[in-house]
Design a binder for this molecule. Sequence first.
Ligand code: AOF
Ligand code: ZN
Length: 357
Amino acid sequence: TAGVRCQTQAGDMDKHYMRRCVELARKATGHTSPNPMVGCVIVRDGRVVGEGFHPKAGQPHAEVFALRDAGDLAQNSTAYVSLEPCNHYGRTPPCTEALINAKVKEVVVGMTDPNPIVASKGIEKLRGAGIDVRVGVEEALCRELNEAYIHRMHTGKAFATLRATLSMNGIVTNQLGKGAEESGEYYSQLIKEYDGVIISSNLARMSTLPLSHEIDANQPLYIIIAHGEGPVLHIPFLRAENAHKAIVFADSPVTVEPAGVEVAVPREMELGSILHLLAQRGLCSVLVDFREAGEGFISFLSDFQEKKLVQKVVVEMMPVWLASEGFTNLGFGGQSFPLKNVERREVNGCLLLEGYV
Ligand code: AOF
Ligand code: ZN
């Protein structure tokens, strides 16, 4: 895309407005898939005259909300958008037309859209209409915002984050409990950022699971991996009304209670093909919850690094000391590798480490 990139240096104000776009876009975290999160700010004479973000797939794009907000003041303005404006008729009409019709003078774009039906055509269209376009302001931040969307576009698979909690003596904890109620709160927050959560059938079967909070439309899809279950898998945290918030992938036919939960017996119980199926259903991101992992779940995950199936790892270390039983560590698959771009934080008395595979 060398042709669309322009060498102009981004000024501090450009970066400032682009960061605001990203902040606006994040308001829809967990709600936009299969679409990306996008924010837009309209600036005229050094003043913000309109703001918008894409709230949900099927609804108007960020630019449309921001242009509506700006009204006539959009004329001769600069529009900042965290993602290249689209130039196609999808569920909604092209944003390039909306920007052209509003007589915007300049468009500043965070990153080009990896969607092959957009891929720089939006930028070309705007330039063709005489609008100045600059690309690549706060690009790293914009890419991070939509890392899952970008990953899905490039690989056809959902972006996966492996998550586990460890005790201070390095043992995988199976419960959120044991002095970690706060971590449970953090967990409910965390899963809202994902389109799906992959859990083992062992975990799904536990009635004590602190997952039984209201499962509403804003909750992710629960993807339950069942090895050697049967003939009946009872999932106490689901009710008939929210049976559609879960899908079971099983290695052999199984009846799931409550009725209404979709059951699939894929040809291969393999993480890669399941991430592919989930992407086809429109999921961009999934959290893989390691609690109550048994042999089946561990073999399901074992070649995640070699096959590049997990992109990120999140581990919380809790201030507890645990006796060891069952699978006690994350050392599966015989893989050793350093994580990249590691971040450390403290969350409610737990040490949180996040890194990229
Ligand atoms: C934008 N601004 O806010 C978003 C964009 O089905 P549609 O009409 O919603 O189109 C979805 C595609 O449009 C999506 O895959 C991505 O390429 C782009 N999303 N584009 O200019 C936005 N959400
Ligand atoms: Zn659009």
